[in-house]
Ligand binder design. Structure first.
Ligand code: FAD
Length: 375
């Protein structure tokens, strides 16, 4: 087999982040290869909750709020572009999203966090409101008696994230990208003439640019090109019920009804290292809260549960960076890769194709982690 071994760009990792960036690089006219460990790897892209979510994103980093909002605004066009190209409908909807509270204390805590977030310097405002129980009951007529109120943001939405994943990979193939599964990268060497030699279990390739998008594996790969990625796995668990007639018109941060009718409940945030097994204690707490919000869920059979590992940085915000010592090496890693897929493909990738990240992305550099250490 005469597989091509030289590319304008190599993307390491074929999860939703790598696949979105690769889409944008191909769109910019580059020849692109995705080197992917494959499904045996720890992979958040197949186990997420599928929200395209803005509410609650950005407390502590206003530019992250703006970046998330930008992606959310771009999502409808992004989904339509993928549908036209691949014939896969992503079932993207943006009806506005809720987070419901089961006590006054919980409601106040969430409200205060949103007020603090929206009061940050440089914040780009958007609408949100607190709804009391009677207002909520008009939207969700069968909410449970324990719900005291909730927060609403009109720009929140959700999608079928497995179809997103499939559409990104199909479009990559249609656009002439070279996808190499079971090509776990073991070493990356910057070349003196520029570009990189990338070693995998199945041979080496060379590329003028390299983008690290290997999820939690970025922590190990980044130092090979003078970058850093202090990310760790954070486990999240999800339950899915049998399909039922539509009853949830809006996604909630912890409960949503999919386009296919199942009800998803999730998702926990647990520090469990690389342990990706489910835990019945956590699942039962999540299910109990969902049933208190919508008692009708109690009559539905749970048909699937799973745990998956988030890619979490120290402060929870994304890391986008470019190497100073090895020009042409970039990193992209985040814990909301579904929400951010549109900006990864349409904003971040064109910067990488041009050879440099915009100054507007400098708050996302891993250099931010040096400040507290030096203080
Ligand atoms: C429970 C849960 C719920 C979530 N809910 C949401 C949500 O509602 N909305 C949202 O926006 N996001 C959500 N997320 C986050 C989202 O799923 C992740 O941000 C996203 O999947 C990260 O994608 P990734 O491509 O960076 O990483 P991954 O999906 O982990 O993919 C990494 C890829 O890198 C490959 N790889 C690893 N090592 C190597 C190597 N050495 N060489 C080559 N390839 C390698 C792997 O094979 C894999 O394909 C959730 C995540 C979890 C776990």
């Amino acid at each position: 087999m005469n597989a091509k071994t030289s590319f304008d760009a190599a993307v390491i990792g074929g999860g939703v982040v790598g696949a979105a960036v690769a889409r944008g690089l191909l769109g910019a006219g580059l020849s692109v290869c995705i080197l992917d460990e494959g499904d045996i790897a720890h992979r958040a892209s197949r186990g997420n909750f599928a929200l395209v979510w803005v509410q609650s994103k950005g407390l502590g980093m206003a530019p992250y709020g703006a970046w998330t909002r930008r992606s959310s605004d771009a999502w409808a066009g992004f989904a339509e572009g993928l549908r036209e190209e691949t014939d896969i409908s992503l079932a993207f909807q943006r009806p506005g999203g809720f987070s419901l509270a089961l006590s006054e204390e919980e409601l106040e805590k969430r409200r205060t966090a949103l007020v603090r977030m929206h009061n940050q310097p440089g914040w780009i405002p958007y609408d949100w409101e607190v709804l009391d129980r009677p207002a909520l009951a008009k939207i969700f007529p069968d909410i449970g008696p324990d719900v005291v109120g909730g927060l609403y943001t009109p720009i929140d939405g959700h999608v079928n994230s497995l179809r997103l994943f499939r559409a990104l990979h199909r479009s990559f193939a249609l656009r002439g990208g070279s996808y190499r599964p079971e090509h776990a990268v073991t070493a990356i060497t910057p070349l003196s003439a520029g570009g990189f030699r990338i070693e995998t279990a199945r041979g080496a390739i060379e590329a003028a640019r390299v983008v690290l998008a290997a999820g939690v594996a970025n922590a190990r790969l980044a130092p090979m090109v003078g970058l850093e990625a202090p990310v760790r796995p954070q486990r999240g668990q999800i339950l899915v019920t049998e399909k039922t007639a539509p009853f949830l018109s809006h996604p909630l941060v912890t409960v949503r009804q999919t386009d296919e009718g199942g009800v998803m409940m999730g998702d926990s945030a647990e520090e469990a290292g690389f342990e990706a097994r489910i835990g019945l204690g956590v699942l039962s707490v999540m299910a109990e809260r969902a049933v208190r919000m919508f008692p009708r869920i109690a009559s539905l059979n749970v048909v699937r549960t799973w745990a998956a590992l988030r890619v979490m940085s120290q402060d929870g915000f994304p890391i986008y960076d470019q190497s100073e010592s090895a020009p042409g090496a970039f990193i992209a890693t985040c814990h909301s890769g579904v929400t951010l897929a549109a900006v990864h493909a349409e904003t971040l990738a064109p910067m990488i194709a041009q050879g440099a990240l915009d100054a507007a992305l400098s708050p996302f550099s891993a250099r931010r982690f040096h400040v507290p250490q030096a203080a």
